[in-house]
Write a protein that binds this ligand. Structure first.
Ligand code: SAM
Length: 199
């Protein structure tokens, strides 16, 4: 689901870039990647996070995908200083990722999954395209934060089957995505690192 004006203002904001910089550094400390990895960011928004991912993780190739063509046009602009062979942009839906099974070393998702009506299918897609041993770097929010008495009047999200911490953990486990590191603000959201592993 695309963002409304209020959430666009929240994410297209220098404070958001500052927050993402701190989060990406924490994620790297928890689980560094060898330079030269093949990475995807889903729900990249205007591309500020993707730029930080390239700087911090030095991938050989970063695929960035978003549902919203307006966001992708902003991302194209933000990422125009990156070497062309390092970044590929896609307009698409996380429930149908344009990759073969077991092909990516890592996937980043900053605050996109709670916008997806069929979030379980999006998680299964993430599990499908990651290599065994691949990493899902996750930042997600829970409904008590974005659908409380105040925020439900300001923000727009799917209004059914929203995941709590318990739901998310259950599905991650079912998809063989095992949380290795995390920080969670109870009922608010989670920042974590999950490893795709059949064991
Ligand atoms: C809250 S914004 C986060 C943007 C950016 N990742 C950030 O953290 O600043 C969520 C993004 O996910 C995108 N999105 C929503 N549903 C999606 C879907 N089904 N597939 C891919 N992207 C989606 C939205 O268009 C939006 O750009």
């Amino acid at each position: 689901m695309k963002l409304n004006w209020a959430e666009r203002w929240v994410v297209n904001n220098p404070l958001r870039v500052f927050q993402q910089r701190l989060e990406i550094r924490w994620l790297k400390r928890m689980m560094p990647l060898e330079p030269g990895a093949t990475i995807m960011e889903i729900g990249c928004g205007r591309g500020a996070g993707a730029k930080l991912i390239v700087q911090e993780f030095q991938p050989s190739l970063l695929h960035v995908l978003d549902l919203d063509i307006e966001m992708m046009l902003k991302a194209k602009n933000v990422l125009s200083t990156m070497p062309k062979e390092k970044v590929k942009l896609y307009v698409g839906d996380s429930i149908n990722l344009p990759f073969k099974a077991g092909t990516l070393d890592a996937i980043f998702g900053f605050g996109f999954l709670h916008h997806v009506p069929d979030w379980r299918r999006a998680l299964s897609e993430i599990a499908r395209v990651l290599k065994n041993g691949g990493i899902y770097y996750i930042e997600e929010l829970y409904p008590a934060l974005y659908q409380n008495v105040v925020t439900k009047h300001i923000l727009v999200h799917p209004d059914y089957d929203r995941f709590t911490s318990h739901d998310l953990r259950t599905m991650l486990h079912e998809m063989n995505l095992h949380l290795a590191s995390e920080v969670e603000l109870p009922k608010m959201g989670i920042l974590g690192v999950a490893i795709r592993s059949d064991h």
